[in-house]
Write a protein that binds this ligand. Structure first.
Ligand SMILES: Nc1ncnc2c1ncn2[C@@H]1O[C@H](COP(=O)(O)OP(=O)(O)OP(=O)(O)O)[C@@H](O)[C@H]1O
Length: 450
């Protein structure tokens, strides 16, 4: 239900419309004089306006209706305006659709058609209101969570990346962010949005790996009520939600081949149609995508559409792996240590020199996310204020199966295996590893295991 405002200089039209439409609205108000429109809309909430096109006696060009339509839409874009006109003026009525009218009805009207038109205008106004609400909510949240993420790092590779982000962030170019898991791709997407002209609008994120084949279109493009069994009400898709803002398609490499075609069509046409709907909705978005996969290789293997890849990667930003960021490991480790020490009320903590050495020598396959978890564990477990190497427990230290070809990691895994097999017997462990006792001691020291 909603509120309806009728504007027509003929009172008998008011009475007839009110009788037909009364069961479908909470409130109906009728005005004869269009000069009262703006005042009325300013004090009461209306969802639909039924607007006649001619008011002054002798004038039937429709120009008055057009002027009032423009005025209403300028101040109240979420209100649906349905124009009322006589049969001879269909062309003019069609023109009003271009300037924001939702629909028109011809006088004399057919009651069923009138009802259908007014009801869909009401639905449209409700969904516009919903988008507005979601956007306002998101805006408030964005302010709270401090929109600009801090990307910590002073290494040359990170500095290069930051200056590229600042440069291309301002443009509307499509950007593909690549990099291993946990390198900070999502953070880069947020920074790009922050630098863009669109930063007052939303950055809408979709995890493409998590969208099911059947719900893909509904999730991205939305659906209308009744489009399928579970479509109990209209739904706004992510594309529409991101309109005027940025759309972040994360894990784009996980999108199935058939869905890639549907995504490409929407990106190419810059418009969408809701599932079960027939209205074409123009979309103005800045596209940011991310993946940890090699999309060029996937194109070669016919797993990813080349035309889609070219649309996504006007600019590509490669986020460096943590192991390639030099001393940033210590910078980041200290950053997380301080944050987490505060969170767990641990006072001031510091890493011992050998703990720092261990942090630097590890190859961080899970990148910054792994570093963050490792530090969190150390902060939770530490007694006193020094974090020693034994508290730095990485995924490789917990895992005694060799799943990687990385030498440093493999060495650490094999040493742990040997120690497990020969507890308290360094000589036997060294023998098993084919090194001298001294070499094993040195390695244990470096790994913080001695
Ligand atoms: N340079 C950085 N400075 C501070 N924190 C960072 C930095 N890079 C990443 N992080 C933090 O590391 C974690 C992982 O980052 P993020 O989720 O952006 O990685 P991702 O590449 O998107 O990961 P995935 O590929 O698994 O989705 C997050 O908590 C993020 O805040």
């Amino acid at each position: 239900m909603g509120n309806l405002l009728i504007i027509d200089d003929n009172p008998s039209i008011h009475a007839t419309l009110e009788i037909v439409l009364e069961p479908y609205f909470d409130t109906i108000k009728s005005l004869e004089d269009p000069l009262q429109i703006m005042r009325t809309l300013a004090v009461e909430d209306f969802h639909v306006v039924l607007l006649d096109m001619n008011f002054s006696p002798g004038l039937n060009t429709g120009a008055e209706g057009v002027r009032w339509l423009k005025k209403i839409k300028e101040t109240y874009p979420n209100v649906s305006v349905v124009m009322m006109t006589a049969y001879g003026h269909v062309e003019l009525a069609v023109e009003t659709l271009k300037i924001g009218a939702s629909d028109f009805i011809l006088k004399p009207w057919d009651n069923r058609k009138l009802l259908a038109t007014v009801q869909s205008a009401l639905q449209l106004s409700e969904s516009k209101g919903e988008i507005q609400q979601l956007k306002t909510k998101a805006k408030a949240l964005r302010k709270e969570e401090n929109a600009f993420p801090e990307i910590i790092g002073e290494s040359a590779v990170v500095k290069n990346m930051l200056s590229l982000i600042a440069k291309v962030g301002k443009t509307d170019t499509n950007i593909l962010i690549t990099g291993e898991n946990g390198t900070g791709k999502e953070l880069v997407a947020k920074a790009l949005h922050h630098y863009s002209k669109r930063n007052q609008e939303q950055l809408v994120e979709v995890d493409m790996g998590a969208v099911s084949e059947t719900l893909f279109e509904s999730e991205l493009f939305g659906h209308v009520k009744g489009a399928f069994t579970d479509a109990h009400q209209d739904r706004i898709g992510k594309f529409e939600l991101a309109n005027k803002g940025s759309l972040f398609l994360d894990e784009i490499g996980n999108l199935s081949f058939s869905l890639q075609a549907k995504l490409l069509a929407a990106l190419q046409n810059r418009q969408i149609t809701k599932v079960g709907g027939n209205k074409v909705i123009p979309i103005d978005i800045r596209l940011i995508s991310a993946t940890n996969k090699n999309l060029f290789k996937m194109v070669e293997d016919e797993e990813f559409r080349q035309d889609l890849l070219y649309r996504l990667n006007t600019i590509q930003i490669e986020v460096p792996a943590l192991r390639d960021r030099g001393d940033d490991v210590i910078l980041l480790a200290n950053h997380f240590k301080d944050l987490l020490a505060q969170k767990y009320d641990k006072g001031t903590l510091k890493f011992t020199a050998s703990a720092e050495e261990k942090l630097m020598s590890y190859h961080w396959p899970g990148n910054i996310r792994e570093l963050q978890h490792t530090i969190e564990r150390a902060v939770i477990l530490v007694d006193g204020n020094e974090i020693t190497p034994d508290l730095i427990v990485t995924s490789a230290s917990e895992n005694t199966n060799v799943k990687t070809l990385n030498l440093a990691q493999t060495e650490e895994v094999l040493i742990k295996k040997a120690l497990k097999k020969h507890p308290h017997n360094i000589s036997a462990a060294a023998d098993e590893l084919g090194v001298t006792r001294q070499t094993l001691y040195n390695k244990l020291k470096k790994l913080g295991l001695s």
